[in-house]
Design a protein around this ligand. Sequence first.
Ligand code: GTP
Ligand code: MG
Length: 448
Amino acid sequence: MLDFLQEKLSNAFGALRGKGVLTEADVDASLRELRIALLEADVALPAIKHLLAAVKAKAVGDSVLKGINPSQQVVKIVYDELVALLGTEAPLELRATPPAVVLLCGLQGGGKTTSAGKLAKVLQEKQGKKVLLASLDVYRPAAILQLQQLAERVGCAVLMSESTDPLARAKAALQEAKGYDALILDTAGRTVLDAALMAELQAIHKLAKPIATLLVADAQTGQAAVPVAEAFKAAVPLTGLILTRLDGDARGGAVLSLRFITGVPIHYIGVGEKLNALEPFRPEGLAGRILGQGDVVALVEKVQAATNQDEAAALEKKFLSGQGLNFNDLKKQLQMLNRLGGFASMLDLMPGMGSMKAQIQEKMADGQAEKQLKRQLAMIDSMTPKERKNPALLNGKRRLRIAKGAGREVSELNKLVKQLEQLNQMAKMMKGAGGLAGMAKMLGGMKR
Ligand SMILES: Nc1nc2c(ncn2[C@@H]2O[C@H](COP(=O)(O)OP(=O)(O)OP(=O)(O)O)[C@@H](O)[C@H]2O)c(=O)[nH]1
Ligand SMILES: [Mg+2]
């Protein structure tokens, strides 16, 4: 899949690979190739410009990391920017008083009806929701029957109404949806130029007040994705995307363009005609595929490890210098842990874990440690830059605001603050004892 874009980008970086030093000319040359590759893959121009500018800003003048060559570093930067451009993994969450209404819209044949069935299956089986499907497509002869048959296969409810008026059907669906967790509205396919049908979509949106309005679009559409994304974005407030036919030889271009132009998250990708062929969208997966190197993921890990080493060394130096660590430092440390896959991979590196190890592993089995890391990072992110730099600012009022912003309890934030204080106390002690060497001497003296 995405072979085309893969091949082009591989060529672009083929030239860079094997060189020792990265100059501005090198970066420019590779970005020219990258630009052509993206253009040929039908990525929209604004998305290309954005990507190239971001890569260039980061690549030129970047200090070269140990253990990898500069061209690998550029590949990593491109990869990171692609991932950033594609957004984060965002499965659809229906946090609303039931029934949560999900409205699907899109071009003719884009995969709305099929995706409605697939989505019902995901919500029902993965999230335990009670789902009602309703077709508002009164134009294509077999459309209502198509959705009925899908509902039967999924094993969920479907609107049974004789009405041939889309708005009346929507009203009936909203009525019937009482007692359900989710109502998925499948709409008629429309062309961008069909003003009457676009107006109908707006009327449906106004009536149904969906918490999710998803554009379902064919990932193989290339440049045509641009006017489609613009038209639907202008008509209704889109909240997310489902991109279909990523099982075919789709060029990655449309995915990048749709995401860039709408600015909303890609929730799912369709990877086949079967009902179970709907996957959560993973930006890393797609970015890796776009870059088209089997080893790109391994490479990224290698670069990350190199980054970790540098960051870790800098942190250690600051820690040992006795100048207090602040929340920016703590965040870096937590992120390093996060990248290492939490504590899991560190356990074996730590000597003398003994009985604690089993206990920690048990706790980790349900991903608790990882979750805690994420919560701690969220609290730090909820601080202002000033607060992060100067932990002493955190009075009661600020703590309340920070905890609230991260959706956590103040007690949890207090623990985090304490953690930082303890770290800094330890650093002071060590400095007083003459650094690591002094500390070792002291400990040695105690033993004797
Ligand atoms: N290979 C593949 N085919 C898909 C995917 N999603 C949908 N299709 C196929 O695309 C065709 C059109 O899908 P529909 O779900 O009927 O599209 P629609 O948007 O509802 O079409 P209209 O209601 O006519 O606008 C069907 O043959 C589907 O099986 C996908 O992810 N991969
Ligand atoms: Mg349909």
